[in-house]
Design a binder for this molecule. Structure first.
Ligand SMILES: [Zn+2]
Length: 491
């Protein structure tokens, strides 16, 4: 998408179509030139409602308030409405919340996220034809805008929205075309394009590192596992970054459930089980392109969970990298086994100020909080709140789920140190988080948050700025968080 900022007024800009936001039902605003027609068409200017006036080459979109989240979904709604049309260029005015330029970032994000389609496998494509957006600095409330500031926001928006779409592409790609080695190649390509360091661990090295639980999960697949480690160190700062952040992602490129085989209906869409690892790849791409003044490590455990004569079994006892023994009672609770080893490896390699893991870990999280929200867990309320707040600022939904000692008892094992599933059907998102906590060392306990993105990572209908399928959950929330941490560390 080509984005252009201009001081020219919207009526001086040439484009195929103009997008006009109708704020808080205010049809009297001078941006609205077709009040009568809009009324005739029944347009009620409710949030995200669109009205395309073909004869006028204008598209009106309802927005309830000038808050970023509303502008983001409204802009996405505009692009979705234009899908299938021949319009190639858009012009739009500036909208800020009392001069706060973040709204502009949200609007641009909305345009790029809303134009996303995954059509790699369609013979006849219905991709968005919009390739150019001209943004006039003519502001809705006549606020004088600093072109430098807006241009920075637009630049950031483009990087972050592109990284989100990049993650969506990986998650949407079928398992036969995106298996662990392919994920590793994607990481290598990001490194090549952006200057990140990239290390790929293959089975021989994984064995040497004693990542036996990860290897056990991978054993029945014809696709060998990979562990990816991407490193961002700022290029443009003279002083050393004062913060180090580690990200760990679950990259189950396909999850059949293993011998505890999933029922047919639940096996569909399990390509999305790489949502956490794919988010980590997208975040690393954005962090590198933004060149944030902060050190960030991204680890991904890329594994396929299949069945076969050599599959790992319920009743097996596995030894994780940190020496803890795990009784397997369900091979479909494999994500936590992969994460256990990758978390141990990540902490061995990097001592960090924050440790975040991303995973489509439990159906229980979806039951608890619904499809659209990520569950945030950990031992430190402040870190949990940091993630929840930044998620909201970035336009993602997240809520904290609290650990408690009673649920912790449900993952006890009679024969090993811990069991890979709990003995109760309730509270499964939390018990999975508590399982992971066993693989977070003392130094990182208070610095860790577990982010269960099972709800929003892949939804079979469009919602907000998200399309059917992968949403790229985790990318925007974490880039926003890292941006803020790097501001603090630059001081
Ligand atoms: Zn599973």
């Amino acid at each position: 998408m080509n984005l252009e900022l201009t001081i020219a007024k919207t009526n001086e800009i040439k484009s195929d179509i103009e997008v006009i936001f109708v704020i808080d039902n205010n049809l009297k605003h001078h941006f609205v030139q077709d009040k009568k027609l809009l009324k005739k068409s029944g347009f009620s200017s409710s949030q995200d409602e669109t009205c395309l006036l073909v004869s006028k080459n204008r598209l009106y979109v309802g927005v309830s308030t000038l808050e970023s989240k509303n502008l983001r979904t409204a802009a996405a709604s505009a692009c979705k409405t234009l899908l299938g049309t021949k319009y190639k260029s858009i012009k739009v005015a500036s909208y800020t919340n009392k001069g706060c330029t973040y709204a502009m970032r949200a609007m641009v994000e909305g345009f790029i996220l809303g134009a996303y389609r995954f059509e790699n496998y369609k013979s006849k494509k219905n991709e968005s034809k919009i390739t150019h957006i001209s943004i006039s600095l003519e502001e809705y409330n006549n606020v004088t805008l600093d072109i430098e500031k807006i241009s920075q926001q637009v630049h950031k928006a483009q990087i972050i929205a592109d990284a989100t779409n990049f993650t969506r592409d990986i998650v949407n790609t079928p398992p036969e075309d995106c298996y662990p080695d392919v994920m590793a190649s994607i990481a290598e390509n990001i490194a090549k394009d952006t200057g990140l360091d990239c290390h790929i661990l293959k089975p021989k090295k994984l064995k040497k590192e004693k990542m036996e639980t990860l290897l056990a999960v991978a054993r029945a697949s014809r696709h060998a596992p990979r562990v990816i480690h991407l490193v961002h160190k700022p290029k443009n700062t003279k002083q050393k970054p004062t913060k180090v952040v580690t990200l760990v992602g679950k990259g189950l490129t396909y999850d059949s459930g293993g011998l505890s085989l999933k029922p047919a209906d639940f096996m569909v869409n399990m390509k999305s089980d790489k949502g956490g690892g794919s988010a980590v790849l997208g975040i690393m791409k954005a962090v590198a392109e933004l060149d944030l003044p902060i050190e960030v490590h991204g680890f991904v455990g890329a594994v396929e969970n299949m069945i076969g004569g050599d599959a790992y079994k319920p009743d097996d006892v596995l030894v994780a990298k940190n020496g803890k023994t795990i009784e397997i009672r369900n091979t479909d609770a494999e994500g936590r086994l992969v994460l256990a080893d990758v978390l141990c490896y990540a902490q061995q390699e990097v001592k960090s100020d924050y440790l975040f893991d991303f995973a489509t870990l439990t159906g229980a999280s979806v039951v608890a909080v619904g499809h659209y929200t990520s569950s945030i867990m950990g031992h430190n309320k402040e870190v949990q709140n940091l993630v929840v707040n930044e998620a909201h600022h970035a336009g993602e939904l997240a809520t904290a789920l609290d650990f408690n000692p009673y649920l912790k008892k449900t993952i006890k094992s009679e024969i090993a140190d811990i069991c890979n599933i709990s003995n109760t059907r309730y509270g499964g998102a939390i018990t999975a988080g508590q399982f992971l906590s066993e693989f977070v060392d003392k130094k990182h306990t208070e610095k860790w948050a577990h982010i269960d993105i099972a709800g929003p990572a892949f939804v079979e209908h469009a919602w907000g700025e998200n399309p059917h399928g992968a949403s790229g959950a985790g990318v925007r929330m974490m880039v926003k968080l890292l941006e803020n941490l790097s501001k603090k560390s630059a001081k």
